[in-house]
Write a protein that binds this ligand. Structure first.
Ligand code: OOG
Ligand code: MG
Length: 285
């Protein structure tokens, strides 16, 4: 598909993915029908979000994908992407998540930011917010109202959890659910540049890593989000949450039990999982 696809085609693709999510039934990759292209993929994602908003969901923020090599390698893609999270996807810290809502869910540890300013109104050339300059604490403090450990549950709507970059963008970057730990004032948080990250499933340490895996420093997610938002038609408003992207590879969500992430200098966040079926096969694991 070259150029922008017809609105009816994009709406049909949005329907396919939205229905797949709602019925927890995997579908064939859109790329099997021909090349979609990134602009069309983001248009499909926006159409899915319009459907969700039509059902009463509210935008809670955005998430980045593939900001760490661990994730890019795991999924075989090499570009940072942006997706949308809504209030309906939020699970309380220590709350319960029913995995029957998902097809083949995985979980991953992240750093979350609470935006303190409308980022898209800021000057794109602002040197304090570029990808490399993290030295101006005051400039960052103005846009970061809080920082927290987070868990993201992802669930590709595609068969076998396989996708091209365009596929996964169209599928709202596999967003399914997220859990935010206690917000910490960024002035009180430790320097998050290289902090240990642990992911525990039912008491077993299954992934370890560092916050440095996320773009070299997770604070860079702010600038990356602003750039992607401006390129692909997202608004970044004060009060929104930004998930910076997983610091480690994702692991299969257990059928039941307890998943906890810890980030040194920041804290812990956890979720109880239930709804798993013992007869279920271990597909995609
Ligand atoms: C896509 C979402 C990637 C992350 O943190 O890198 C992502 C996927 O892996 O299915 O959320
Ligand atoms: Mg993620």
């Amino acid at each position: 598909m070259s150029g922008l696809a017809a609105a009816s085609t994009l709406a049909a693709f949005a329907d396919v993915l939205d229905d797949a999510q709602r019925s927890a039934t995997p579908v064939e990759q859109l790329s099997a029908r021909g090349e979609l292209g990134l602009a069309n993929a983001y248009a499909v994602q926006h159409a899915i979000l319009a459907r969700r908003q039509g059902r009463g969901e509210r935008i809670a923020g955005v998430k980045l994908g593939f900001t760490s090599l661990a994730k890019a390698r795991q999924m075989g893609v090499d570009d940072v992407i942006i997706g949308t999270i809504t209030d309906a996807m939020r699970v309380d810290d220590g709350g319960r998540f029913d995995r029957r809502a998902c097809i083949h869910p995985r979980i991953e540890p992240e750093v979350a930011y609470l935006l303190g300013a409308d980022l898209d109104d800021t000057d794109l050339d602002d040197p304090h917010l570029d990808d490399t300059n993290l030295s101006d604490e005051r400039a960052l403090a103005a846009v970061i109202a809080g920082v927290a450990p987070a868990l993201e549950i992802i669930d590709s709507r595609y068969l076998d959890f396989r996708f091209s970059l365009d596929d996964v963008v169209a599928d709202n970057t596999s967003a399914a659910a997220f859990v935010i730990g206690p917000w910490v004032d960024p002035a009180l948080a430790a320097d998050l540049g290289n902090r240990g990250v642990g992911l525990e499933v039912n008491g077993h340490l299954v992934e370890t890593g560092s916050t440095a895996a996320v773009l070299g420093h997770p604070h860079r997610a702010i600038a990356a989000a602003r750039r992607l938002a401006s390129a692909h038609g997202f608004a970044l408003r004060a009060g929104m949450i930004l998930l910076a992207g997983a610091a480690t590879a994702a692991v299969p969500l257990p059928r039941r039990g307890f998943v906890e992430a810890s980030i040194a200098g920041l804290g812990r966040v956890a979720v109880h999982v239930d709804g798993g079926n013992d007869q279920e096969d271990e597909r995609d694991v």
